[in-house]
Design a protein around this ligand. Sequence first.
Ligand SMILES: Cc1ncc(C[n+]2csc(CCOP(=O)(O)OP(=O)(O)O)c2C)c(N)n1
Ligand SMILES: [Mg+2]
Length: 626
Amino acid sequence: MGTVRLTMAQALVRFLANQYTERDGNEQRFFTGCFGIFGHGNVAGVGQALLEYAEDLTYYQARNEQAMVHTATAYARQKNRLQTLACTSSIGPGATNMVTGAALATINRLPVLLLPGDVFASRSPDPVLQQLEAPHDGDLSVNDAFRPVSRYWDRINRPEQIIPSALAAMRVLTSPAETGAVTLALPQDVQAEAFDYPEELFGRRVWRITRPVPDAAEIERAADLIRRSRRLMIVAGGGTIYSEATEVLRRFAERTGIPVGETQAGKGSMPYDHPLALGAVGATGTFAANRAAREADLVIGVGTRWSDFTTASKTAFQNPDIRFVNVNIAGLDAVKHAGIRLVGDARATLEALDVALAGYEVEAAYREASRKANGEWDAEVQRLYSLDHRPLPAQSEVIGTVNSFSEPEDVVVCAAGSMPGDLHKLWRTRDPKGYHVEYGYSCMGYEIPGGLGIKMAAPEREVYVMIGDGSYLMMNAEIVTSIQEDRKLTIVLVDNSGFSSIGSLSRSVGAQGFGTQYRYRKNGSIGLDTEDSPGGILPVDLAKNAESLGAHVIRAGSIGELKGALAEAKDVYRTVVIHIAVDRYEGVPDYESFWDVPVAEVSGMESVNAAYAEYTENKRAERRYL
Ligand SMILES: Cc1ncc(C[n+]2csc(CCOP(=O)(O)OP(=O)(O)O)c2C)c(N)n1
Ligand SMILES: [Mg+2]
């Protein structure tokens, strides 16, 4: 084969267009496009290449670099990590805007390729516009900020260097154990420099995603332990869904009688009405799952990284003899809580475990207790769905109304505020891909760009973006992009005029809701969270804002009007924003759980001292699981 003379950016675009993944015999393109915002750091390099090779790799224009990374990440999650999008930015602020997105992708173990522009490799025009000058280090640029939040990072200082770096990037992106954000920083001069690239670089390349199984001896050890335990529970995490293990999990649970709790990323692993589904577990868990967790002597974690929300800050599992079995593709997670390490693909490992446990099932009474708990929990959900709270409805009623209106295959998306916890408890999931709450980074602003990524990945599903006013204010510009791309979102903007989740968290630590509402500053005081706070509420009209961005806006003044709005929205072809105000204080309770947020040890405020006393008491339940 010969060579082909291309710029580094042209070579990279052509390479990206020819990468495929394959799992279970299904092949698909890995990069279906490239999001970008151009500036002097990428316009002549990657920008020119995307124009020249527009038929090979589709370009999508975004409004905010952080948001476009969220879009790409949500897309990858909806595609179970088998496909993703690349993101190109200029140098400087365009690049660093992507750092938050990179952290989110890496923490959630989702593949995304970031291509920030970088300062001249030649250094000749230094300092170029937006260049950081470090007096002690000539090789430092703002792109070094991507290092801790990337699973692979490189700076491409010569055009031919893209050959090994692009391959290394693909290795990491397509490895379920290693994946996350990959950053290739592209100096603006090198992007436009030519090299004679080997033609093989641009051939179709298939990255096979296999289903490794753990060592047989470890499976036996786990099976032995399971047989010897009496109160068992499965905790299903995101890995269950990414590995498409939900069917196998359901059969395994039915055959053995072991009930299943779900993490945020794992919610949807079981249909909500399955007799062995205990629902959400941990700090935002149901009483059904949290009671089972408290007593359990053996917990099988499947594809979970055991975050503090899942373990209720290590208070969820109180049996002194608790042991863990961790089914996980990543050694990092499999080793947690001194568990038996079943390092492997979730689906293949559950199948192997099922064979090793032939003939085993839990006691009939234990199975029956799970069925009963499932029913009792759903009655609680129904109660919260139908509070009929006045004058403003409760958020739980909004959630119930959207859930009841949506089809099983529709997708709900959320990330931060009080809704993720409420959705974790209350959303009745009916499809493994119907629930998308980003709770690894819980990043305010993910909701709308994330919703766009989901809709791009699954245009046949309606996407319901549940967003608080705080998140909406932080990042709403991708409404414009959703209209540009003809990817309709139904955005339910749940307005309680402030950061209500942090308001209640603040009250629980004795800090009285300080700084969590939209209040005028008057007489030197920004209002505390009390009725007589000076200044009053700021005159913010978010519905008007959504209108100005081109969305079809519906103002719903009650739950009845919300039902009508959802029906109207279904027939609108472009992005809809339904605005509804809710009661800020009518929250969903916690169900026998704890979340460790430290309280001031000394204070002149009585509210803080009372909170500290309660905190020290609760904290005593924390365990180490060694
Ligand atoms: C980017 C970012 N900044 C800060 C936080 C901390 N935080 C979590 S929820 C929240 C308030 C969210 O307000 P809103 O979207 O209105 O939801 P609500 O709490 O009112 O339900 C804040 C500030 C965060 N999660 N993400
Ligand atoms: Mg709010």
